[in-house]
Design a protein around this ligand. Structure first.
Ligand code: MG
Length: 387
């Protein structure tokens, strides 16, 4: 049976990888809708190749221009603005939403898709960081699956297939360590965006690549794991594994440890999510050659050099609206770092300062979460380093 897909963030790294999976298994998928921020030419190519019925562009002027270029009679409706993205997420025929819009912009479309009973293939971890309690309970009450696309969470999901929930004792998340692994804190203060964007293992969007360089990404993934697998923070461990071949592990109640391995290629977790519970006989990535890899190494994360990991886990433990504020402040900090108005070391200091200034509330209502998100962004934009 074919899956009918709504792909949010279709021109980004996960979106284009998803469409590549679709291309390799055309009889299994139909693309119903696409949504993206503003990019014109690539989206136009995607419309021609995959013939969606609805396309949404967040930027209204870009949507207007695309509407002219697509032309009437194409059978493809073009919607603009945030409500256009929600329309793409909730499109009638779609049964599965690939949520790959980066950052908290993806939150409202995912919540609306869940309310419509759509299955979610979740690549946007910020959704669960900001609104984990709300999203997890909504998914439970609608009886729909949250299928992880993040490689670590896909690994855990795969390791737990066939295991009773009560058998899970511990999650061990692997981290590549990013481009600055092994460098002391003092050398990291002033590294450039260009250096931070050079990830040794994964080719990803700018936001997540910077998050990987600060280890904030791993901290966000700890919070993501807490909600996806309904497990306490004391039972989630992070281990640095520079080869990125072991994508994560689970420890079961009898002490047995299961791992999922593969070459680093995001199309594998995407394929796994979109074909669950089946397995499709299609090879997307080169086969894992362990003898060629040679050595798999593991070490403890250096939380002194990478304070963002601890900041995120502490925000997760504090709960309420702290994780939403952490995520929003971090998004602004990353943008400022990329624009050269904040140092690398300043990212953690900015996020900590915004968390300390925050008056938390319960995170069970979308309006409260969005209000805290707005507050945190403003506070992060205005934050200045005092020398
Ligand atoms: Mg990941």
């Amino acid at each position: 049976m074919a899956r009918n897909l709504a792909i949010l963030g279709s021109t980004g790294s996960i979106g284009t990888s998803t469409l590549d999976v679709v291309r390799r298994a055309r009889d299994r998928f139909r693309v119903i809708s696409l949504a993206t921020g503003a990019r014109g030419d690539l989206l136009l190519d995607q419309i021609r190749e995959f013939a969606p019925r609805l396309v949404a562009v967040a930027d209204r002027a870009a949507a207007e221009e695309l509407r002219r270029r697509v032309g009437p009679g194409s059978g493809c409706e073009v919607a603009g603005g945030a409500e256009g993205i929600v329309a793409a997420a909730t499109a009638g025929e779609a049964d599965t939403v690939v949520a790959a819009i980066s950052g908290s912009a993806g939150l409202v479309p995912v919540v609306e898709a869940l309310r419509c009973g759509k299955q979610i293939a979740l690549a946007n971890k910020e959704v669960l960081v900001a609104a984990g309690e709300l999203v997890a309970s909504l998914a439970r009450s609608r009886g729909v699956a949250l299928l992880p696309v993040d490689s670590e969470h896909s690994a855990i999901f795969q390791c737990l297939k066939g295991e009773p929930r009560a058998a899970l004792a511990k999650i061990i998340l692997t981290a590549s360590g990013g481009p600055f692994r092994g460098r002391p804190a003092a050398q990291l203060e002033t590294v450039s965006p260009e250096e931070a964007l050079r990830h040794p293992r994964w080719d990803m969007g700018a936001k997540i690549t910077i998050d990987s360089a600060t280890l904030m990404n791993k901290g966000l993934e700890v919070i993501e794991a807490r909600w996806l697998f309904d497990i306490g923070y004391d039972s989630i461990e992070v281990v640095v594994h520079p080869e990125s071949v072991v994508h994560s592990l689970v420890e079961l109640c009898d002490g047995s440890v299961l791992a999922q391995l593969g070459m680093p290629d995001m199309r594998l977790p995407i394929l796994c999510a979109l074909t669950h519970p089946e397995r499709l006989a299609v090879r997307l990535a080169p086969a894992l050659d362990l003898a060629a890899v040679g050595r798999l190494t593991f070490e403890k994360p250096d939380t002194g050099a990478f304070p963002c990991l601890t900041l995120a886990v502490e925000a997760g433990r504090s709960g309420r609206t702290y994780p939403a504020v952490l995520s929003a402040a971090n998004e602004v900090a990353v943008t400022r770092f990329l624009h050269g108005t904040l140092s690398y070391g300043g990212i953690a200091r900015l996020v900590r300062a915004v968390l300390e200034a925050h008056a938390p509330a319960d995170a069970t209502c979308l309006a409260t979460i969005l209000e805290c998100d707005r507050w945190a962004r403003e506070a992060a934009r205005l934050w200045e380093e005092r020398c």
